[in-house]
Design a protein. Sequence first.
Length: 176
Amino acid sequence: MALKWYIVHVYSGFETKVKMALEERIASSPHSDKFGEVLVPTEQIVELVKGKRKESSRKFYPGYILVKMELNEETWHIVNDTAKVTGFLGGRENPTPLSDEEAEKILSRMEDGRLKPKPKFFFEAGDEIRVIDGPFMNFNGIVDEVNHEKGKIRVLVTIFGRSTPVELEFVQVAKL
């Protein structure tokens, strides 16, 4: 039987600890060959902290981890009896695995986030923002245009009573 991806619900904030505990349980069990990877779905984000660009990771499914495994009674108990695990998603006794397409979407989103970090905030035309870095710091404005490829936005900032377009990077602004 092939290994399938299952979603496991865990206490929010304990995803990494549960992952480590589960990996230890798997390694010490006689059924370790029935398990594949254990993942916490995360993506890299870029933000400005104290004027410096900082990359950090953000969980995009807080409270959940992914486990690649062959499901049977023993493997179900190994996962379910791990501390801070509340159960499988998709059925208490007989959970439904993720389809290959769904699993591939999640894995490619993780890989994309690793290669090209996303901004912490997402902007659309019409959003109100505050400039948090650069020469226009502390100015408020309205997003006029968003360029996702370049990671820049054009903001209309009021200077001396007139609307002036200013091009800024995503990390230089915060949503109001």
